[in-house]
Design a protein around this ligand. Sequence first.
Ligand code: SAH
Ligand code: SF4
Length: 352
Amino acid sequence: MKDIKSYSLKELEEEFKTELSLPKFRAKQVYKWLTLGVNSFDDMTDISKELRNNLSKLYYISVATIEKKLISVYDKTVKYLFKFNDGEFVESVVMNYHHGYTICISTQVGCKMGCTFCATGKSGFSRNLTPSEMLSQIQTSQKDLDIRISNIVLMGMGEPLDNYDNVVKFLRLVSADEGLNIGMRHISLSTCGLVNRIYDLEKENFQLTLSVSLHAPNNEIRSQTMPVNKRYPIEELLKACRHYAKATGRRISFEYAMISGVNDSDECARELAKRLKGILCHVNLIPVNSVEGTGYIKSKIERQKAFINILGKAGITATVRRTLGSDINASCGQLRRNTISSTKTNHKAKEE
Ligand code: SAH
Ligand code: SF4
């Protein structure tokens, strides 16, 4: 069976013509229903029963069903655990910022990169997500909350650039006029730094925001917390970032999770400032979320302030990212881990 929701409209028109000898308008009709997020061909009410039957023999509709839903009592951030057709789980988080709703979606079930501070990295890798499964996370959330999502961040479970082809296909689908129509300028992609793929992404000429998870100012510290740094050392990563920013004219966002006593000294800030000099960028400081078994604790407010000051004096803008949904472990990987090992969920938050 073929994954019908991973086709573009043009591809579906071609497919229907060659496989079923159907005119273009049929593909348009079906595509409209798929974009609305229907879960079954039977919901496509303006299509004959016979055709719906035929379609269901050749194609399947990939869906994300809600397995768990947590709502933050502080800020109404919603975290979902979604289940796909094959029973795998991923997490998505919907946040309400002033300018609208942002969804943080997953791109893989698990992750191969093994960052030591990350809940997803600790649970290993299961498989890549298809473009349709990335779309489904958005569609199910929109339907469930009765909202329109305006921004997407690829910062959930998984390393997007390790699932490059599917992620690029998803980006084209989600930004298409005839699809969900969420413009590239409203999309951020976060990577741990797969250098060869950053060069590939540059060539796609997307207007998205590239976020790079840096989390350390040098190879010594970075290789300790992010194994990927052994493959692509910080010099090569920053060279690629410099190139990317220059070629695209887009500001790079560097993520820096502040871990007490690991990467948050004044010396680290000075070294970071030196490294980033001349790159069109912004630094997002995130007090690290403690994940069971890591032993990491977040840097104190004074440390965060000192860090920003040092970067600021060196001409590098940095802000501490507002954390939403702190009571529901809104950073991804933790809910799936808890569900799979069927242990605790967070009782402070409301569960539905
Ligand atoms: N794999 C990609 C995107 C998913 S992770 C990446 O690594 O960039 C999304 C972001 O959450 C990354 O910046 C990642 O470094 C960060 N992150 C993971 N675990 C975290 C934790 N415990 N505390 C704070 N940030 C964390
Ligand atoms: Fe993977 Fe990103 Fe987690 Fe690292 S931080 S293990 S790259 S999801």
